[in-house]
Unconditional design. Sequence first.
Lengths: 249, 482
Amino acid sequence: MLQIKNLHAGVENKEILKGVNLEVKAGEIHAIMGPNGSGKSTLSAVISGNENFEVSQGSVTFLNEDISELDPEERAHKGVFLSFQYPVEIPGVSVTNFIKTAINENRKAKGLKDMPASEMLKLIKSKADLLEIDRKFLSRSLNEGFSGGEKKRNEIFQMAMLDPKLAILDETDSGLDIDALKIVANGVNKLKSKDNAVIIITHYQRLLDYIIPDFVHVLIDGKIVKSGTKELAYELEEKGYDWIKEELV
Amino acid sequence: MAKFTEDDLKKDLETKEYEYGFYTDIESETFPIGLNEDIVRAISKKKEEPQWMTDWRLDAYKAWKEMTEPEWANVNYKKPDFQSIAYYSAPVSIDPNKTLDDVDPDLLAMYKKLGISVDEQKKMNNVAMDIVVDSVSVATTFKKTLSKKGIIFMSISEAIKEHPELVRKYIGTIVPTKDNFYAALNSAVFSDGSFCYIPKGVRCPMELSTYFRINQAGTGQFERTLLIADKGSYVSYLEGCTAPSRDENQLHAAVVELIAMDDAEIKYSTVQNWYPGNTEGKGGVYNFVTKRGLCEKNAKISWTQVETGSAVTWKYPSCILKGDNSVGEFYSIAVTNNYQQADTGTKMIHLGKNTKSTIISKGISAGKSQNSYRGLVKISKNAKNARNFSQCDSLLMGNDCGAHTFPYIEVKNKSAQIEHEATTSKIGEDQIFYCNQRGIETEKAIALIVNGFSKEVLNKLPMEFAVEAQKLLEISLEGSVG
């Protein structure tokens, strides 16, 4: 589904990703772990097309198509979803109105008409129930005054609504207490199928207790330096990242 | 990868063309340019006005001659040469006995381009419209339905002839002829406008609506509106404006007077889209408007405005809360782009006891424009327990525009409670990227963010208008982004 080859990217004069290789197949869950500043969030930003980062080398192929030249919304239309580490506030725009707009824009890109209101309401209701979201929450302004947990739950709600092929969860566990973490993880697990894939970007293995990854990759200084299974995450939790750095020397 | 930055956003906004910039070739009858007593007399005569009206105009003209243009507003422009303006222009193909079907096809075509199909309005929207093109009403609908309830809704010229007692009693009582420079000018030369009277206890069954439009090159537009809601009555009035593209600056100095008697309520909504000038700041309408309403006991006046047009706007719809327990409201969205300048706000004058006022002002600035809110809340000595809440929010797009807030508060009674809140924010690249990532393109994202920002005010507009207002916001800001 996703192939990243020798990806170099960064901001002005500063290379952050220094040759990332990654392949994600349908049905798989990948975790990307690494210390602060290793380039984890840059990787998610580059895959989703954030224009603050420049790709200097390499390619990003999604569903057999090179997407590195596509606008972020075009990637979204193809099924790339990013759950933001810091979701932005849009005052005066309700959660419902925002997701309705997003769904209809995605439909428009596919040449479909707006989703009928009754169908939309049904979909919203079922996904809100899935994530144990209170109905009142849906009429609040997007992310305005939301707690950390509410913001993340809202991200997963949007993911459930948009039903992407590839979901990148950028530090979704940060700011969540254990109950919220379980609800979010539970939601992701329910949405998971053999046709979609998930990339989890995280600091800690905590989330990986609830969403079991097929592969764990360690990103250090802009490169994936080690890959393994879930066991690797436990090892990292126990020993930190220094032993890998030493191994590299 | 197409990198979309704030600079691009700015560029995109600047290249947005004025959608309604066309000119309809209607034969017009225009007076010689310049202003003097003879011109004032000629206008009055042309309109077959009674002597008292002519005298009233001349009085105003004499006062105006002695006045100077106000300079305190936060706007910069080349002052109009009042002697190089034609003060009267009417489409010549007008016949007061005409029905809508007889209206000049060119005119109807013009409405269609603007999306104002009178027929459609009639059939679908249940809106009675008194359409003003270059000063003279050409079509009045629903008159019969309204007259059954005793409601008078006609052009002010007709009202001067048919209801002189009402016009004479109230005109100039809220905005006196000598009130300010532009009000005096308007009083001297006003060409037409609307008149409305709602009898005691009557609830006007439909939204009343007027569309204004400047059509003739180099013609000033001086509208005069007088709206009287008798005791216990209710009316919702809609006013919308569009103007075609013109190179020279055009002057628009309107006066609107509202009178809400005991227990009456007036909702006055405006969508203003006069030509704002081109991307270099050339051309555009100067909009110098005096709007004021008087509230008697338990009465309520709500001003709601969506201002997207004009090169220079100078406008402060105000409420005089004279009666006890009266309520004044002001909800405003002002959008400026390119070189537009707006200095707008309100005055809430609390005279009676337990009077309440609410001010919600939303300013959106883009391009190199300047957007100012200027508001006065005045609590007089006798206004016991007066309340005011003011909220002024500014949204900036790009780095070359300005947002300013000038709140004035005068309190002479200790029991008053006044609250003022103000915020300034910017549309961020991060907000746009967030929307993009959800599949929402940039143009739509801006519309979404702007609508969210303006929501509290848009919600105050009648349904018929809210859609149009939303469309205008989109046209004004993100028409060509993408």
